[in-house]
Design a protein around this ligand. Structure first.
Ligand code: COA
Ligand code: AMP
Length: 630
């Protein structure tokens, strides 16, 4: 069956479609049906099934005789380490770690925060939680202590699993000050920590609180898989919203297993036993779905890559990893390709390696610009598929299902809706728009299995953020259009979320930090276009009356403050002082107009603007940092 037939078959009978997909999963108790809509517009999938994620990702492959196959390839150009872990070994490691956690009292439903770099132990920690039915929450290593603290307070974890350090170009990121700081700041205190000591930097363990990773599990009784209900949360992953408090996206177990398993063949076109690589980080949704869970559930080998696309040692690293490990499908963010293209525009490194194994390149996480797609397709000579999804959905909303059908790829579009997603483009009143018309991208409820059922501890926020604006729909927060052939074009966010090097960040959160600086009376942060990272944040601050310190000093303090409070990943380095901010007469800051000025785009003078002259001041300030034609 081709794409159209499969999509139609889903539309005709969604329950039958998903129950069929569910047969690929090993259930302890098969669910009686797929959709549970008793609490609409809140929906659940496979709620009365019983199942364990770790069993499906690890143990069942061993039981099926595939224990010798490689489950994880660890390739770390930043430390020079490489390791292959078979499914049998992974099972033993995960069962023992789970045993250690159980011995310390971690049980089904308890939360465990994981704060680790890209090492296989991060994946093992996730799977060990899944084995017990504990709910993990992985926090990206580039976030600062206060961001970790916010997550600790919201998730209330029994345990924290961390490493002693991460490795970034030119520096070792010491984790101890970060997790110590976070625990000190948080009102909730985890009962214990498990610390993976890395040779690059070892830390003092806090007596009574910290356990060494190896000692902790040395004599532990290996734990069996605990079956959980289909609607039991597998994990909570925090993501940026419009304010400083992140949203805890819940992933429910049954739908997660069924949907991710379905994607591996149908979208990514790999068969069990083949190598799949997503070059992302376990701290992001791409890492959850496509470094840890989906490949393993489907019986693929996954690559845990610790490094950057360039500089370790050169722009050929990705090609080396692909050819050395026989990668069949590869997934990364466009920004990685922009970084490579900048260093190696002629593709000299590409030609140093035999890339015959690679069939398809997938891009997501941010808008894929045509230049990057064309360069990648030209260099690699394979299809380059842009696909669009979000932390909230956990898997592709629109894309090209290459395993179903090698459909036409349209440059600039991020493909067609996957089964489960019925998309409309809506105007501000919620009226569906026709082909080619730009509006809010919304998905008809219910969302498919694997997507978020609600937010952790925040059902009212879930309804307000996603369900209330367009009744009957999930509001994606993206704007775009659909063409005559049904391809979706994502154009921009409709909220204050920006995308920096494929990392989702909140300008609202940065504004909250800037506003805390004693000399800042008012501020605004916008995302401006950047050739490498897609977008970069720029801060505008108005000083408190009477402050006469040098402006450079204050802006440097602001930059430092955002780095300390949100983390280096915010990439907040541009900050300017202005006298006033452009506003509507009702006092709303005209951020969208400021973005247009920065990016040198045409804009219509907002009818409600209070004082148009302020826009000239904004333009002049932007020019001092090289934007707005400066
Ligand atoms: N731990 C600690 N710090 C981290 C970190 C981590 N896990 N990840 C990033 N950082 C730091 C970086 O060191 C950098 O710090 P600096 O200001 O001291 O230089 C800062 O956060 C910004 O990082 P990043 O935006 O990643 O920029 P970069 O210059 O280090 O690298 C790219 C740029 C394009 C090479 C890089 O972003 C990349 O490879 N992206 C791939 C895309 C990706 O992984 N996307 C995830 C979603 S699919
Ligand atoms: P995240 O939750 O971090 O995965 O970020 C999701 C957001 O990233 C989406 O809402 C989009 O704004 C953006 N995004 C992700 N993939 C794409 C894509 N293929 N094209 C355009 N924007 C994308």
């Amino acid at each position: 069956m081709g794409y159209k037939d499969v999509y139609e078959s889903w539309k005709r009978d969604p329950d039958a479609f998903w129950m069929e997909a569910a047969r690929e999963i090993d259930w302890d108790r098969m669910p009686s049906k797929a959709l549970f809509d008793e609490n609409a517009p809140l929906y659940e999938w496979f709620s009365d099934g019983l199942v364990n994620t770790c069993h499906n990702a690890v143990d069942r492959h061993v039981a099926a005789g595939h224990g010798d196959r490689t489950a994880i390839i660890y390739d770390s150009p930043v430390t020079g380490r490489k390791e292959k872990i078979s499914f049998t070994e992974l099972q033993a490691r995960v069962a023992r770690l789970a045993g250690g956690l159980r011995r310390q009292g971690v049980e089904k439903g308890d939360r465990v925060i994981i704060y680790m770099p890209m090492v296989p132990q991060a994946v093992e920690a996730m799977l060990a939680c899944a084995r017990l039915g504990a709910i993990h929450s992985v926090v990206f290593g580039g976030f600062a202590a206060s961001e970790l603290a916010v997550r600790i307070d919201d998730a209330q974890p029994k345990a924290l699993i961390a490493a002693s350090c991460g490795i970034e170009p030119g520096r070792t990121v010491q984790y101890k000050p970060l997790y110590d700081g976070a625990i000190a700041q948080a009102s909730h205190k985890p009962e214990f920590c498990v610390i993976l000591q890395r040779d690059e930097h070892r830390v003092e363990l806090e007596p009574g609180r910290d356990h060494d990773w190896h000692e902790f599990q040395k004599d532990a009784e290996p734990a069996d898989c605990v079956p959980v209900e289909g609607n039991h949360p597998a994990y909570v992953l925090y993501t940026s919203g419009t304010t400083g408090s992140p949203k805890g996206v819940i992933r429910a177990t049954g739908g997660h297993l069924v949907a991710l398993n379905w994607t591996m063949k149908n979208i990514y076109n790999v068969d069990p036993g083949e190598v799949f690589w997503a070059a992302s980080d376990v701290g992001w949704v791409v890492g959850h779905s496509y470094i840890c869970y989906a490949p393993l559930i489907h019986g693929n080998t996954t690559v845990v890559f610790e490094g950057k696309p360039v500089g370790n040692p050169d722009a050929g690293t990705f090609w080396r990893v692909i050819s050395e490990h026989n990668v069949r499908s590869f997934f990364t963010a466009p920004t990685a390709f922009r970084a490579i293209k900048r260093e190696d525009p002629k593709g000299e490194f590409v030609r140093k390696y035999d890339l015959g194994c690679l069939r398809i390149l997938y891009l997501a996480g941010e808008r894929a610009d045509p230049d990057t797609i064309n360069w990648a397709a030209g260099q690699l000579g394979i299809p380059v598929v842009d696909h669009w999804w979000q932390t909230e959905t956990g898997w592709t909303i629109t894309g090209i299902p290459m395993g179903l059908e090698a459909m036409k790829i349209k440059i600039g579009a991020s493909g067609v809706p996957m089964p489960g997603y019925d998309i409309d483009i809506l105007d501000e009143t919620g009226k569906p728009l026709g082909p080619g018309q730009l509006g809010a991208v919304a998905v008809k409820l219910p969302l498919p299995p694997g997507t978020l059922p609600t937010l952790w501890n925040a059902e009212a926020r879930f309804r307000k953020s996603y369900l209330d604006t367009f009744p009957g729909y999930y509001e994606t927060g993206d704007a775009g259009m659909i063409d005559e052939d049904g391809y979706l074009y994502i154009m921009a966010r409709t909220d204050d979320v920006i995308n920096v090097a494929g990392h989702r960040l909140s300008t609202g959160a940065m504004e909250e930090v800037l506003a805390e600086h004693p000399d800042v009376a008012e501020c605004a942060v916008i995302g401006v276009g950047d050739q490498l990272k897609g977008q970069l944040p720029v801060g505008f601050i108005c000083l408190t009356k009477g402050v006469d310190r040098p402006k450079d000093e204050i802006t440097a303090e602001c930059v430092k403050l955002v780095r300390e409070r949100i983390g280096p990943v915010a990439a907040f380095k541009l900050c300017v002082v202005v006298d006033r901010l452009p506003k509507t007469r009702s006092g709303k800051i005209l951020r969208a107009t400021m973005v247009k000025i920065a990016d040198g785009q045409e804009f219509k003078m907002p009818a409600t603007i209070d004082d148009p002259a302020i826009l000239d001041e904004i333009r002049a300030a932007l020019q001092t940092i090289g934007y707005a034609g400066g």
